[in-house]
Ligand binder design. Structure first.
Ligand code: PLP
Length: 341
């Protein structure tokens, strides 16, 4: 019901579908469902940023901005979704696409997300090196470039996360889940979700904390930096909670224990899959035809499968939130090459 407190521009098909993962549930002896934010928008394959951008784009339009400016790595799902949202509302987009060389492949900067950005008429700027969510001068330069051309830029930080409105999409997601639970007559004791720049998990933590019945929100770190992820989620959760309260929404008191981050599945580094990540991606694909990527969802599905196998969810119901990312798979074809096929 945050729509009543903040302007929102519809960019997706919500509520996103929810369904049981029948074969995985049977294999793991745990009832596992999926909420499919990977198929919740018609904008260039969608993903979790669409849900966040609904609130930022409404703000950008209200402020008379004409260009969305953001930043991510070359295969960023986020920058592709920023470009998609801009195209769909008739704005321009400039996206800094950071160069990091750990994934050495001649088509890495040509296929997958970056290809979609180019097809949509975006302006990808290949610049910058290394991963962090802190503000970059490359981003500031892109903003300046838009201003110099007479445009009015709307700055969107990495992952649409460290932005005053960044947590609203997934705070509202909690209400959507509660509504679907009511329709299905079930309750999810555990929410499992990939976490990186933080506003997906932070929004969920705030949204679910406002509900009467408590549950766990388990963030599977993908940044491979637990401390950084925890700082980001904590800050955004507190900011989002205050923002909602300032508009008359329910004030929630968050405790450190509400921010649960599992660091065990993020290696060997951000953006790089382990053998176990790839094995988990194959399992979800072979058993459910559910495609997950080596950067984010492959790591969260690995965490889900491994934790279920270790008995973490005995007798409880789990909701795996699929945040998108499959468009990056083409860029990672090498991870799935099979010498025999
Ligand atoms: N999953 C996918 C597919 C993503 O593109 C992202 C983006 O960073 C995430 C998970 C992590 O979400 P967040 O950055 O909001 O923590």
């Amino acid at each position: 019901a945050l729509d009543k407190l903040f302007p929102r521009k519809t960019l997706g098909f919500f509520p996103s579908p929810i369904h049981k993962l029948e074969r995985l549930s049977e294999m793991l002896g745990t009832e596992i469902w999926a909420k499919r934010d990977d198929v919740s928008s018609g904008l260039a394959f969608g993903g979790n940023k669409i849900r966040k951008l609904e609130w930022l784009v409404a703000d950008a339009l209200a402020k008379g901005c004409d260009t969305l400016v953001s930043i991510g790595n070359i295969q960023s799902n986020h920058t592709r979704q920023v470009c998609a949202a801009a195209a769909a509302v008739g704005m321009k987009s400039y996206t800094v696409q950071e160069t990091w060389l750990e994934w050495d492949d001649p088509v890495y900067d040509k296929v997958g997300n970056i290809l979609l950005t180019r097809i949509m008429g975006g302006n990808p700027i290949m610049a910058g090196y290394g991963y962090s969510t802190t503000e970059k001068d490359t981003w500031a330069k892109a903003l300046e470039e838009v201003r110099a051309k007479g445009g009015k830029p709307y700055p969107i930080p990495a992952g649409a996360s460290d932005h005053p409105l960044g947590g609203l999409g997934y705070a509202n997601f909690a209400d959507e889940v509660a509504m679907q639970e009511q329709q299905l007559g079930i309750f999810f004791d555990n929410i499992v979700v990939a976490t990186c720049t933080g506003s997906t998990q932070a929004g969920m933590v705030v949204g679910f904390a406002a509900q009467d019945k408590r549950r766990r929100v388990i963030g599977i770190d993908t940044a491979d930096d637990e401390a950084m992820t925890r700082r980001a989620v904590t800050k955004i959760a507190n900011d989002t909670s205050e923002l909602i309260a300032s508009k008359g929404g329910k004030k929630v008191a968050l405790k450190d224990a509400d921010i649960e981050i599992i660091p065990d599945y993020s290696g060997p580094a951000y953006g790089l899959p382990s053998e176990q990540t790839i094995a988990a991606i194959r399992t979800a694909a072979e058993m459910e035809a559910m495609l997950t990527d080596p950067v984010y969802e492959g790591k969260s599905i690995d965490g889900l499968i491994d934790m279920a196998k270790k008995g973490h969810f005995k007798g409880e119901r789990v909701l795996y939130v699929h945040l998108g990312g499959a468009p990056a798979l083409n860029a990672y074809y090498k991870a799935f090459e099979d010498p025999e096929n």
